[in-house]
Design a protein around this ligand. Structure first.
Ligand code: PMP
Length: 443
């Protein structure tokens, strides 16, 4: 609904059809309101209307304090932090909110240079490049890496920023079935022979693009299997870690660390700062040669204003906390907390009879609603009970696979989660989405 309400996807995809418009009218009271607070565990959601004693509706600016299950605030850095916030305030005073300049002009501060080093070291690649926006990182970088005569093989559930980047590149695009290494191999075999040298193929370059955690499914990428296929066919690998970097892995280094994949096997590692690190922007980490190539050729590097310095400082500080370089063990605690919270919440939802997508350890948990008509009721009944949950539907998902997408944070306490589970259980009964009802125990 977030997607639909903004009118962005229907216009972008040319799908502003009867269905979309009708649904749009019915979802006005979903959780897509201005928020008057930081996107932490609890948020102040601005109400649209209030009722007077005659039950007449009036516009209002009152707020509803809600438990927040909608933000990608995986490690809780979106709230004021004892280590990050003072440093961000200092950087704001020293550098101002904007560089008012592109990286190659006056837009590279010491913070940009430091963040590139910190990110490269954190994700385990020799070098990195920054962008002011996560979405634009994919959509601007992919065309700088590959063009006409190249082949992109993309997971069928890849994010819209990847889809747009791939389309805009001019390369030929093929899609493989979501997370299926076997189908990826079939697609590759249609194009080239196994082991064929790169110089003897009909394609200038082949790039396979996947995500660490799929944001609408909560699933982890089957990375070891996918890498094995890419190696066999000498295809380059591109991994979008928007939802996995910082959130999973023993030291927060993402899906490679969690699944024991050597980052030397990944050619391009992309990620965003907007989730685990509570900031803005995105990065590409890769070999020094690839990063230099991007710095020389990517228009978004030299025509776009560079990342806001305080946003860069926020990421530097957050990564230091994650790595324990702030002198505390808060980073390790946050990582343990998000894992425990995610696994507890997922298993409780299963026990209640909901159909929940995704894998253990993933903080993204879609609860299937299926019928899009259930969206407004689910969202409204949750909000009424002070629970803010994002619901997603067509065109972000297939028409009859609407879902509520829960995002768990390290800043949720056990009490928060128990409260949320009670509300979801009640609303689940009301809306009729417990598709696997649990039989009461017979004694
Ligand atoms: N890649 C993926 C997989 C995403 O889910 C998103 C947005 N949630 C982006 C890229 C874009 O990132 P940002 O929101 O930081 O612009």
């Amino acid at each position: 609904t977030l997607f639909l309400d903004q009118g962005y996807a229907p216009i972008c995809l040319g799908l502003e059809d009867f269905y979309t418009r009708r649904l749009y009218l019915r979802i006005q009271d979903c959780f897509n309101r201005p928020i008057a607070s930081a996107p932490d565990a609890w948020i102040d959601v601005v109400e649209r209307y209030s009722k007077d004693s005659n039950k007449t509706l009036h516009r209002t600016s009152k707020t509803n304090k809600c438990l927040n299950l909608g933000s990608y605030n995986y490690l809780g850095f979106a709230a004021a932090d004892e280590y990050c916030t003072p440093r961000v305030i200092e950087s704001l005073k020293q550098y101002s909110p904007s560089t008012c300049s592109a990286r190659v002009d006056g837009g590279t501060t010491k913070l940009h240079a430091e963040l590139e080093e910190v990110v490269a070291r954190f994700v385990g690649k020799p070098a990195a490049i920054l962008f002011g926006m996560g979405y634009a990182t994919n959509s601007a970088i992919i065309p700088a890496l590959i063009g006409k005569g190249g082949l992109i093989i993309s997971d069928s559930l890849n994010h819209n920023s990847i889809v747009n980047g791939a389309r805009g590149s001019g390369a030929t695009v093929r899609v493989f079935q979501h997370n299926s290494a076997a189908h990826l191999e079939e697609v590759l075999r249609e194009q080239i022979a196994e082991g064929q040298p790169r110089t003897h193929r009909p394609w200038k370059k082949i790039i396979v693009i996947v995500e660490g955690i799929y944001s609408m499914e909560g699933e982890l990428c089957k990375l070891p299997e996918i890498i094995a296929v890419c190696k066999k066919y000498k295809a380059y690998t591109y991994l979008d870690e928007a939802h996995s970097i910082g959130a999973i892995g023993k030291s927060g280094r993402g899906v490679c660390e969690l699944l024991g994949v050597d980052t030397a096997d990944m050619d391009i590692m992309m990620g965003t700062f907007t989730k685990s690190f509570g900031s803005c922007g995105g990065y590409i980490a890769a070999s020094k040669e690839i990063i230099q190539h991007l710095k020389n050729t990517c228009p978004a590097h030299f025509y776009a204003t560079s990342m806001s310095p305080p946003a860069a400082q926020q990421v530097i500080s957050a990564i230091k906390v994650v790595l324990g370089e702030d002198g505390s063990n808060r980073g390790a605690q946050k990582l343990a907390q998000i894992r425990d919270n995610s696994n507890f919440f997922r298993s409780e939802l299963h026990k209640m009879g909901f159909e929940v997508l995704g894998d253990n350890d993933s903080p993204v948990m879609p609860i299937m609603l299926y019928n899009p008509a259930k969206i407004p009721a689910f969202s409204r009944e949750c909000l009424r009970r002070h629970l803010a949950v994002v619901t997603v539907a067509f065109p972000a998902t297939p028409l009859l696979l609407a879902r509520a997408r829960i995002c768990i944070s390290a800043s949720h306490t056990r009490e928060d989660m128990i409260k949320a589970l009670e509300v979801i259980s009640k609303v689940g009964d009301l809306v009729g989405i417990k598709y696997f009802p649990v039989e009461p125990q017979k004694h």
